[in-house]
Design a protein around this ligand. Structure first.
Ligand SMILES: Cc1cc2nc3c(=O)[nH]c(=O)nc-3n(C[C@H](O)[C@H](O)[C@H](O)COP(=O)(O)O)c2cc1C
Length: 355
């Protein structure tokens, strides 16, 4: 049984990655109902929380059915991070995660996100301050190191464990790699197999099919895997991995009816949580991924991303089901790029830092 503090997560938990402009409550709801064991909010700026910025506050919304759920914060200064930890504690999530992995310049140049990987003593200090400021279990998500010449994750893991973090998620790239190339799981495995490390270590990076999750467990020994892009438009990834790990067999891919049903549920939750205008607008980034694999879907997609009323969108989705009712999907293993995610709608509603 993998445990973070008192939170029991089963034998090989599947975590939904924090993703800005994606991992909001509507998306988390469809991932939860398809088997995600632990989910995280989008990252929240500690400075924004303290300023009471509306965007930061909205990201604090969590619902009982989501538990266990973690809230992720980022920042480069001790005091705001500690204050943000107290604000987060007040909304009572199950845990608090610190983002030391965001590779984007706007974040790293302030010594936050992966920027901190250049200054390990400061990283340790910030983490200790957060652990001290809250009763919540504190976890960290980070990368292998700043660049190829400074892959310091082994030292980082030990030192963060020593100041009290209760789990570590490692993305298998350096900061300078951003999302290029492929994730390297070897070092993740080394951290996990260090006899000094007793907290759970979760691996992250490029998991798209059940075989890779099994490999992560068997070859690298990680306690669980975190999945990001592969869940976008495909929340079934969680149940597919679970089924495969339990039986060695693949579930059949979801039918077009199932895809559209979940897409509609996502839309309904989006409208219920964000209101009809923003809810519809922000949903636009998801249609391409829900309908991925369907041939000649361009015209339907164009209509979906220009329709502005929920019932009109639902009617188009019903047409999709009718049109493709006999279509047999093949299993797909391609990841949407960050640009794919953003180009279909996120940019319309603000600036996504991760883009
Ligand atoms: C659109 C987008 C937004 C992201 N936002 C965050 C974030 O807020 N916090 C974070 O720690 N990582 C963020 N990430 C990184 C993911 O959590 C994850 O580490 C990355 O996508 C690699 O995992 P994957 O290969 O399973 O997608 C984001 C990634 C994407 C694609």
């Amino acid at each position: 049984m993998v445990k973070i503090g008192q939170i029991e997560l089963g034998s090989f938990p599947l975590l939904l990655a924090p993703m800005e402009d994606v991992s909001d409550p509507p998306f988390r709801a469809v991932c939860k109902s398809n088997g995600a064991d632990l989910m995280y909010s989008e990252f929240i700026s500690s400075e924004g929380l303290i300023r009471d910025a509306i965007k930061s506050r909205a990201k604090l919304d969590i619902f009982e059915y989501e538990r266990p759920v973690g809230i992720q914060i980022f920042g480069g200064d001790e005091e705001p991070l500690a204050m943000a930890a107290q604000i987060v504690e007040a909304v009572n999530p199950d845990l608090l995660d610190i983002n030391f992995g965001c590779p984007v310049k706007k974040v790293t140049c302030k010594g936050a996100g992966a920027g901190i990987l250049k200054d390990i003593p400061k990283m340790v200090k910030l983490t200790a301050a957060v652990v001290k400021a809250t009763r919540l279990p504190v976890t960290v998500k980070t990368r292998l190191g700043w660049d190829d010449d400074s892959k310091n994750i082994e030292e980082v893991a030990e030192r963060l464990q020593d100041v009290g973090i209760q789990a570590l998620t490692i993305h298998g790239r350096t900061r300078t790699q951003m999302y290029k190339g492929t994730a390297d799981w070897t070092l993740i495995g080394k951290v996990k197999n260090n006899p000094r490390i007793h907290i759970p270590v979760f691996g992250n990076g490029d998991i798209t099919i059940p075989e890779q999750a099994l490999d992560a467990r068997e070859r690298y020994g990680v306690d669980g895997v975190m999945i990001g892009r592969a869940a976008i438009g495909y929340p079934w990834i969680f149940r597919e991995i679970k089924h495969f790990m339990a039986t060695g067999e693949h579930l059949p891919p979801p039918t077009v009816e199932e895809r559209v049903a979940i897409c509609k549920e996502h839309l309904q939750k989006s409208v219920a949580w964000k209101g009809s205008v923003v809810g519809v607008l922000e949903m636009r980034r998801h249609y391409t991924n829900y309908l991925k694999g369907l041939p000649h879907i361009k015209d339907f997609r164009a209509r979906l991303v220009t329709a502005s009323a929920q019932d009109a969108i639902e009617a188009i989705l019903d047409e999709v089901v009718f049109h493709y009712r006999d279509y047999l999907f093949e299993r797909s293993a391609t990841l949407p790029t960050i640009q794919d995610v953003l180009s279909s709608g996120a940019q319309a509603t603000g600036c996504n830092v991760y883009g």
